[in-house]
Write a new protein. Structure first.
Length: 190
């Protein structure tokens, strides 16, 4: 156990990547439970809850459909349109030779099941189209394994691309300019 409070704070900042103010507040409020709480905050929930679009379906029908494809869904006890899904994992993500480091917002999106798009990429190794890469958060936590849809050379060109901002006199003029002139790198994906 670390006796020096400043060293303890620095150790926790490095380990959990929270600002000093948050770590200090946790230590003041939760004392010995701080590390346990911080670890829990970095762990996935045991359940995932989705809301049924009650205009198109019922929770009961959604649960039946999910069970048919092998998902053990059940209805929430108090919220009638909510469906609870079990979480499997977390699985250990292997660290491959080729890596891509992404920002906090892209990390959250990828963890929620989204594809990774160019604007969220901070750094990347040299890789070719079709190669598998380990996707890491900016704090070096493995997030996922990805299949590169473009190679590093093309990615490098896109990341250095500047978007021209044009001010149009009308919506039609802006629409025509976008159709004829603009290239949006956010539509490129890894």
């Amino acid at each position: 156990m670390i006796n020096n409070p400043d060293k303890k704070i620095l150790k926790l900042i490095k380990e959990f990547n929270y600002p000093k103010s948050i770590i200090k507040r946790f230590l003041e409020r939760y004392k010995r439970r701080t590390v346990k709480i911080l670890k829990a905050l970095m762990s996935p929930s045991e359940i995932y809850t989705i809301r049924t679009n009650t205009i198109k379906n019922t929770a009961e029908n959604l649960i039946i459909k999910l069970k048919k494809i092998g998902i053990k869904a059940k209805q929430h006890k108090t919220i009638s349109e909510a469906v609870i899904l079990p979480i499997k994992g977390p699985d250990k993500i292997p660290i491959l030779e080729k890596k891509v480091i992404i920002d906090k917002f892209a990390s959250e999106s990828v963890l929620s099941g989204s594809d990774l798009y160019v604007p969220g990429i901070q750094k990347f190794d040299k890789f070719e189209q079709g190669e598998k890469v380990t996707i890491l958060s900016e704090t070096q936590i493995p997030i996922a394994i990805g299949l590169a849809m473009i190679g590093y050379k093309e990615l490098k060109e896109i990341k250095n691309f500047e978007i021209e901002v044009c001010i149009a006199n009308s919506i039609n003029e802006a629409s025509n300019h976008i159709k004829n002139q603009c290239f949006c790198p956010s539509h490129q994906w890894l």
